[in-house]
Design a protein around this ligand. Structure first.
Ligand code: ATP
Ligand code: MG
Length: 268
């Protein structure tokens, strides 16, 4: 085992997709999912992906994380192609996957264990991550003793453990009630901003996307393709009351219009 060095906050990395197409091979034959995706995300940018169920949002995140391959095009994260196990990419999966036999602290420590890193700095880093997500008091609790919001905070701390330049979050707040969700939206947007991470959030909530993002990418179905690229020119830090502003509503309407267009399908 190696001893871990104190982990400084790594600034975000740029993400580029150029002409990316992806199909899955299924029992019924080839299923085209994503077609000709061109997307440039700046280092430190917060981008949301919205689109109907099945349009390929999770697939796109998995491609960027190196968890699934693609048929055509090129993808770079930082200056390299994606690869499974890169510790500069943090991923919060669509289903929260806390290990039920590990307490909160050990769940957050898991990425270090997998990377075979240990030493007193690991314990310090775990404590500072728990502090960051407001769970210092819950370090020794078990996953089943936590509320949904607390579980998502643990998953967030774990995804940040190795201080990735890129954070990928697949519908992380969908199981939460509206109040908790909005609270976490603002907290996580602030955290991503403070830490300078490049962040891609998948969400079905237009409000959440506008509240958190610098930019919203709307995807359409049949095939999954980009149908809207909308800049959110609302000041930071974001606050809950901003949801009521005219600009917020205008941007939300632009996103909804792009989604409606995307539902029509690009092929006869
Ligand atoms: N491993 C797989 N093998 C075969 N088909 C798959 C696989 N994963 C996803 N698909 C199919 O690819 C399409 C896109 O799936 P994906 O999970 O990327 O959609 P999504 O936009 O994330 O949907 P949701 O909003 O419901 O999470 C769907 O039709 C799905 O059935
Ligand atoms: Mg999905």
């Amino acid at each position: 085992m190696t001893t871990v060095a104190p982990t400084p906050t790594v600034a975000g990395e740029a993400i580029t997709l150029s002409g990316v197409s992806k199909s899955y091979v299924t029992a019924k034959g080839r299923l085209p999912v994503l077609e000709d995706i061109d997307l440039d995300i700046r280092a430190g940018e917060f981008v949301s992906l919205v689109g109907p169920s099945g349009c390929g949002k999770s697939t796109l995140l998995k491609i960027i994380a190196g968890l699934v391959g693609y048929d055509e095009g090129t993808v770079t994260v930082g200056d390299r192609a994606p690869r499974e196990g890169r510790d500069d990419i943090g991923f919060m999966l669509q289903q929260s996957v806390l290990m039920p036999w590990l307490n909160v602290s050990k769940n957050v420590e898991l990425p270090f264990t997998i990377a075979r890193r240990r030493g007193p700095q690991v314990g310090e880093r775990v404590n500072s991550l728990l502090d960051l997500v407001g769970l210092s008091h819950a370090a020794s609790m078990n996953p089943w003793e936590l509320s949904g919001g607390m579980q998502q905070r643990v998953a967030l701390a774990r995804a940040l453990a190795l201080d990735p330049g890129v954070m990928l979050m697949d519908e992380p707040f969908s199981a939460l009630d509206e109040f908790k969700r909005e609270h976490l939206n603002i907290e996580v947007a602030q955290m991503a901003d403070d830490l300078g991470k490049t962040t891609i959030l998948v969400t079905h909530s237009v409000t959440e996307a506008v509240l958190m993002s610098d930019r919203i990418i709307a995807l359409g179905v049949n095939p999954g393709r980009i149908v809207g690229d909308i800049t959110v020119d609302i000041e930071r830090p974001r606050r809950a009351h901003m949801v009521g502003s005219d600009r917020f509503q205008q941007i939300s309407n632009d996103v909804r219009a792009a989604l409606a267009e995307g539902m029509k399908g690009g092929q006869p």
